[in-house]
Design a binder for this molecule. Sequence first.
Ligand SMILES: Cc1cc2nc3c(=O)[nH]c(=O)nc-3n(C[C@H](O)[C@H](O)[C@H](O)COP(=O)(O)OP(=O)(O)OC[C@H]3O[C@@H](n4cnc5c(N)ncnc54)[C@H](O)[C@@H]3O)c2cc1C
Length: 323
Amino acid sequence: MKIWIFAEISRRRLSQVALELISCGRGLTADAQVTAVLLGHGLDGAIRDAAAAGAAQIIVADHPLLENYDDCRYEAILTNLVRKYNPDILLGGATAIGRALLPRCAVKLHTGLTADCTQLTIEPETGLLLQTRPAFGGNLFATIKTAEYRPQMATVRPQVMKITPFTMVKEPEIIRVTPSEDELRGSFDWLDFIPKAESDSDLRNAKVIVTAGYGCGGPDGVKLVRDFAAAVGATLAASRPVVDAGWLPYACQVGQTGTTVQPDIYVAIGISGAIQHWVGMGNAKKIIAVNKDPDCFMMQQADVAVQADLFSLLPAAISKLQK
Ligand SMILES: Cc1cc2nc3c(=O)[nH]c(=O)nc-3n(C[C@H](O)[C@H](O)[C@H](O)COP(=O)(O)OP(=O)(O)OC[C@H]3O[C@@H](n4cnc5c(N)ncnc54)[C@H](O)[C@@H]3O)c2cc1C
C-alpha cells in the first residue's frame, strides 16, 4: 500500500508532525510503503530526518523558490506528483500549512479529505483508511472512509500520533524532481519572516505540564496551581472553562479547541476529564490527577490518582518543595 506523507519542513528540518506521520504510516499496515514528499530548499538535513524516521522512499523537490510556503507552487507540484505516482493514501499535518495545502490538492485531484483526524487505522476487510475525527462539536467521534476516490486524504493534528522506534535496514530510495516553470509560478511575493517569540506557554514542546481545571474555583486556586507548576519546573496550562472565565489566557488551553500536548508527565488538577479535554492530552506518557472526586474520568484514567482537595494539598506540597 503506497502511503504518502506531505512532510512539512521547519527551518530546513522535518517538522515534528511529519516525523509522527511517517511513524504512523509505517504502522498502518504490514505492506505499508511510506513515501515522504519534501518540498523546500536546502533539504539535506530533512532528507536524513525522513530516512531516520522510516520513509522507504523520499521524493524531493529542492528549489530556492520553494524555500517559503506558497499555496500555488506547493499545490501544483504535489498534485502533479500524485497524478504521476498514484498513492493510495496522502496524509499531512493539520497545521497552518497542511490545512491550506491539502484541501487545495484534494479539490484538484477530485477526492475526499478528512481534516483534523485524531486516529487512523486500516479496515481489515476492505483495506480502506478509517479516518476518525471529533464531530458535532466534539460530542462524538466520526469515522470516515473514502471508498470511491484516490488518494484517500487526511490531515492529522500534531502530537496525536506516537513516534515508534525505527531501525533502518535499507537506505530509502530518493527521487529528485525538478519543478517546471509552470509549477513554480507563485501566488505572492515573500517579504519577511518574523519568528514568534518563545513563551512559557509553548505547550507543544513541554515535557512536564501542570494544568489548572475549573475545580480551582477562581484566580486564587489558579495561583496555587501556578506556584506548584513553578516549584516543580513545569509549564502551566488550563482547561477551557478556566480560559473562558479569564483566569488564564487562551495560549494555555489544552484540548480539542486548544493545543494538543504529549508531555512526559501531565498533572491535571481539578479537571474532570471531559472528552474535549482528553483528546488534547490523552497521549501523555504519565498522567497524574488531583481531584476530590475519585470517580471522575480523569481520576479513573490516571496513572496516579490523588484524591484530595487542591486547596489543602497544594500549599503543603509547595512549602515542602520550597524547603
Ligand atoms: C465544542 C467544544 C469544544 C471544547 N473544547 C475544549 C477544550 O479544548 N479544552 C477543554 O478543557 N474543554 C473543552 N470543552 C469543554 C469540556 O466539555 C468541559 O466542559 C471542560 O473540559 C471541563 O473542564 P474542567 O474539567 O476544568 O471542569 P469541570 O468539568 O467542571 O471539572 C472540575 C473538576 O474539579 C474537581 N474539583 C472541584 N473542586 C475541587 C477541589 N477543591 N480540589 C480538587 N478537585 C476539585 C471536580 O470534582 C471536577 O472533577 C469543549 C466543549 C465543547 C462543547
